[in-house]
Design a protein around this ligand. Structure first.
Ligand code: FAD
Ligand code: NAG
Ligand code: NAG
Ligand code: NAG
Length: 631
């Protein structure tokens, strides 16, 4: 770096980049890279008439199931995805926000909210969802923070039998290979093998792979700054937390975050599961193929209608010998079920083109996290990510040649969970950019400036503490606009409609404020900037009315919508605990819509475990060779 010509060149380049921003230039030129250059084994343009399994939606869950079910060459699988492939930009961790509002994003907007989103345009939240191979797993922020044990015990209590923490834990540990010492001996009994299959241990059987190969690969993330991350962890200790316990599952702790990033690239289930399976003769993948509805057999009496296959909006029908598995996500799956005549009977009556099939609470129970930002500035240098650091040609070079540096991180460098049900993410970005973050949050300009008063200074050191209520009580709906499968559905999360959630959010926000007052943060010259909104009055942490107003004005989606086809028992559930749609046969839903209640963290890794376990079950339920092995 000492060479003068290089430095001069770098300076010239750097200022040119400043005009557009390095990310945007890259974005425009590389978004379509794959479409032109990448070889695409396994992608077909025309389907066969029959497959054993048809999977709708190639998102986080769809990629897992397609890969697992096609492991055995005797089983044929079709994976249908509405969108195209993502471009190269999707693999760059820090570039994730730039994909929103592009062709790779469904870019949903919620209905106008009454109790929240009051500082957003039209009081409507922007809901990005991945559209293309890899789904939201190609668009998300990659944070791995898979909840606490009580989340799963709550599922079990709510009627999702067999999903307790005890069942989920070994699967998660296998997926991340965090307990390789538990490997099952080679000659274990058939009964043990069955148990292994159901808990997912099989992934790491010693005869298959000598070493456990993690499916969920995790990077500690190159912390934007080690100093800031440790200050956050120390702040937790000052507040009385114990993060020395089990990293992942501690109920109370401030810790370094981990992200599904591998060698500087996004590590979604497209990479971990689907990519290695592409090219198998028995796995066909169709892109740009939208499923319009599920095809059922003639009505043979109550409970005997069988899902025979799917209608594509192109007009074609494809049939499934075993099952149709819907993995279209928390918005797409309820939409598809409603269009197929599965939903509340009274509600479906208004759509004369939809033949009624079964009375189920589809589209209800929508839940999501909200994130409330609190900006803190630092007077000490070199602590956080800033636009001026990001724009340097050096960062671009480091990423392109070595896959490291700021672009290889997510900027979410630490996370906290605190009783009861409070969470904080440390977003180590000193200079939130209105044209990027303001835009994707759909903030009105005055909301953005009320939150981030120093945003104009592109070298300002700082961070955003995102506080959250991890078990919100408010529930919303996904419904249809009309019976056209290509129409966008109506999304009404009804955020903060339950007053308990406002209280819980306010508590979490106060915890974030306490963090900025700790000695660990004071050492960095931390200064908290409480949100200033005219209609909320003078900022004052002790004033509940101010807090409620600020939260209702500026808390935004945590991007974790789920629950719209909930599993459980009884009439309030759409699915059995095996994830089969009630009232029909041959139809399953596997994606984030199955979660009965929220995960107190980030859902992606939990969903991978749910999909893996379901794949294990399907492999047992539909054996391709006859063995007496399991009996
Ligand atoms: C911006 C953002 C940030 C996030 N950050 C994190 C994070 O840091 N950590 C974390 O754990 N989670 C995060 N999440 C959430 C996580 O990514 C999702 O919960 C997860 O990817 C959901 O997976 P899924 O399989 O349910 O659905 P998706 O991955 O959304 O997949 C659904 C797929 O189905 C396709 N589809 C829909 N309808 C049809 C149809 N009719 N026919 C054919 N195909 C169809 C869609 O195009 C899509 O590809 C984030 C999400 C977003 C959007
Ligand atoms: C607000 O809603 C109106 C009507 O629904 C729509 O035309 C307009 O584009 C929306 N504005 C924004 C900023 O989203
Ligand atoms: C901040 O980082 C720059 C570049 O890495 C370095 O030159 C400088 O000495 C650092 N300053 C402090 C106070 O650590
Ligand atoms: C911008 O931020 C830097 C770094 O914190 C600081 O030194 C400088 O004074 C700030 N500029 C303005 C105009 O506030």
């Amino acid at each position: 770096m000492g060479r003068p010509w290089f430095t001069a060149l770098a300076r010239a380049f750097s200022s040119a980049m400043t005009v557009l921003g390095a990310g945007c230039v890259l974005g425009l030129s590389l978004l379509t890279w794959n479409t032109w250059f990448a070889a695409r084994p396994g992608i077909v343009l025309k389907p066969e008439t029959h497959y054993d399994f048809i999977i709708v939606g190639a998102g986080t869950a769809g990629c897992v199931l397609a890969a697992r079910l096609s492991e055995d060459p005797a089983r044929s699988v079709l994976l249908l995805e509405s969108g195209p492939e993502f471009g190269w930009l999707a693999s760059v961790p820090l570039a994730a926000p730039l994909l929103q509002n592009t062709v790779s994003d469904w870019a949903f907007r919620t209905e106008s909210q009454h109790a929240s989103q009051l500082g957003l345009k039209n009081h409507s939240s922007a809901w990005p969802r991945g559209r293309g191979l890899g789904g939201s797993g190609q668009l998300n922020y990659m944070v791995h923070f898979p909840g606490v044990p009580s989340d799963f015990d709550r599922w079990e209590k709510e009627g999702a039998h067999g999903w307790s923490y005890e069942t989920i834990r070994p699967i998660m540990e296998r997926l991340t290979c965090e307990r390789p010492h538990d490997l099952v001996p080679r000659n274990s009994s058939p009964r043990a093998s069955y148990r292994i299959l159901m808990t997912g241990d099989r992934l790491c059987l010693p005869q298959r792979t000598k070493k456990c190969v993690p499916k969920i690969r995790l990077a500690g993330g190159e912390p934007t700054s080690e100093t800031l991350t440790s200050a956050f962890v120390d702040a937790g200790k000052e507040l009385g937390g114990d993060s020395s316990k089990d990293q992942e599952w501690a109920e109370k702790g401030f810790r370094r975050s981990r992200s599904s990033i591998w060698k500087g690239r996004r590590w979604s289930t497209l990479e971990s599961h689907l990519r290695p399976a592409l090219g198998r003769d028995n796995l066909h993948v169709m892109l740009n193929t939208h499923v319009g509805r599920v095809v059922f057999s003639a009505d043979l009496g109550p409970g005997t209608r069988r899902a025979e296959g799917v209608f594509l909006t192109s007009g074609a029908i494809v049939l499934a010998r075993h099952e149709v598995i819907i993995c279209a996500g928390a918005v797409g799956s309820p939409q598809l079920l409603l269009l197929s005549g599965l939903g509340p009977k009274q509600y479906l009556k208004q759509f004369e083109w939809i033949p009624f099939v079964a009375d189920l609470p589809v589209g209800h129970n929508l839940h999501d996290h909200l994130n409330m930002p609190l900006y803190v500035s630092f007077s000490k240098p070199n602590l956080s990510l800033t636009l001026s650091k990001l724009r340097s040609i050096r960062q671009l070079g480091r990423y392109l040649f070595y896959k490291e540096g700021l672009l290889a991180s997510t900027a979410v460098s630490a996370a906290a969970i605190w009783p009861s049900n409070m969470g904080i993410l440390l977003f180590a970005m000193g200079t939130p950019e209105e044209s990027v973050l303001g835009n994707i949050a759909n903030y009105m300009p005055e909301t953005f400036h009320g939150l981030f008063p120093l945003a104009k200074n592109s070298s300002q050191e700082g961070a955003v503490l995102l506080s959250s209520c991890l078990q919100p009580h408010s529930r919303g709906t996904v419904t249809l606009q009309d019976s056209n499968p290509l129409s966008v559905p109506l999304i009404d999360p009804r955020y903060l409609s339950d007053p308990k959630d406002v209280k819980c959010m306010a508590q979490a926000f106060k915890l974030a404020a306490r963090v900025t007052k700790t000695r660990a943060f004071k050492r960095l010259g931390a200064k908290m900037h409480l949100p200033e909104f005219k209609h909320c009055g003078k900022p004052n942490l002790k004033d509940d009315a101010y807090l409620a107003c600020a939260i209702r004005t500026s808390a935004i989606t945590g991007y974790h919508p789920a629950g719209t086809c909930r599993m459980g028992s009884g009439r309030q559930s759409v699915l059995t605990p095996e994830l089969l749609v009630r009232g029909v046969t041959g139809l399953r839903v596997v994606d984030s819509s199955v979660f009965p209640t929220p995960v107190s963290g980030t859902p992606n890794s939990v969903l991978i475990a749910v999909a893996e376990r379901t794949a294990n079950r399907l492999i047992i339920d539909y054996p391709t060779v006859k063995y007496d092995y399991f009996y």
